[in-house]
Design a protein around this ligand. Sequence first.
Ligand code: FAD
Length: 413
Amino acid sequence: PHSENRRVVVIGAGPSGAIAAALLKRQGHDVLIIERQRFPRFSIGESLLSHCLDFIEEAGMLEAVQAAGFQTKHGAAFGCGERYTDFDFRDKFTEGHGSTYQVQRADFDQLLADQAALQGVEIRYEEEITAADFGGPRPSLQVRRLDGSDYALEAEFVLDASGYGRVLPRLLDLEAPSSFPLRRAVFTHITDNINDPHFDRDKILITTHPEWRDVWFWTIPFSNGRCSLGVVASAERYEGRSLDLDSCLKAFVMEAPNLKRILKHAEWDTPARLINGYSANVKALHGPGFALLGNAAEFLDPVFSSGVTIAMRSASMAAAVLHRQLSGESVDWDSEFSTPLKRGVETFRAYVESWYDGSFQDVIYYERAQPEIRRMICSILAGYAWDNRNPYVAEPRRRLRVLAELCATPTPA
Ligand code: FAD
């Protein structure tokens, strides 16, 4: 049967797909995105880090994002009982953007996809990749339209940006277990009515449960008077709690004294949702004729809001290597894509592990911390996890261990 021939096919029009497609199109390559859903569509992952603006800028989309009226974000705040500390992304070790945004992903993802389309990327919505064959001379994909009919697509190269769809990992048997225990998130959007003078709308607030340090909440303000609010905990922490998601979330939130106070006038007007066991990994980030971007490859954990930043960083790195490959140069996906991408992911992994064992929480609340060390930590919280000049990037585990020991030392009398 006849099949359509394209240069690059991208699976999924989320942040990683839109950015990768636009970057390749800007280099003059033919790019087609196949997206299963109709946009706008809900997606989780609303708090952005500063570093992802570097890729939005590279893709020529910064002005459009700046003009969209999203909530500005200058940093991250942390609360636990009566303790509070915050980091301002404008004061950090690594140069780069000092502020970023908190976004309703339905609007944000549509904006990025529309920007890619404006630059000449073709996007077909409500079409789904259902099969893939990388055994022949050229990769070939099976596409299913909304009416159930199928057609075949051939490409020189396929970028899988399908997020939790994990299309190629599933079809090519690349899935691998995550090193993190299964956690689940229950979340909603509220009309927040926050009038607490100490609440900073320009920061994400991460709250630790007063009793269990591995249970935490996100409060992500938007520019329209609403907030995204969620709790993350392992399955055992949900035992004995209401099966009704709204009551479950509300009860959890009311156990955190700072949230109870800040959210006392909130209107809970949206049904809560559940995401179960979200961490995932793969055996390889690339193979002949394909590479995996963003969540299609690996997803660590939401605590540091690193997902969209890693997704866009992978898009930028893959687009650069692929551009050179399509231009006839010989490239090495391992040393030019996989290995350097994983370096930053490993940095985040060290911080996520240390968040859940409690030691990173001791570090951020430590009252006698040196300002320069806080500026280095702040860079990582802003997403600059690939800057090897930062000692807390270059040697995260050793540095964190030393810091944690210091924080555990009693104050001299
Ligand atoms: P996605 O945004 O998931 O896009 C993938 C697209 O591919 C979708 O539009 C989908 O419809 C399409 N698709 C799927 N299958 C197919 C198919 N077969 N054919 C065609 N198209 C297909 N990240 C942050 O940066 N900040 C946060 O605050 C944050 N909070 C989070 C909270 C939770 C509880 C979780 C679980 C994650 C959070 N994340 C956060 C992570 C964030 O959601 C992801 O990292 C991010 O959305 C990944 O982008 P992506 O482009 O890889 O995939």
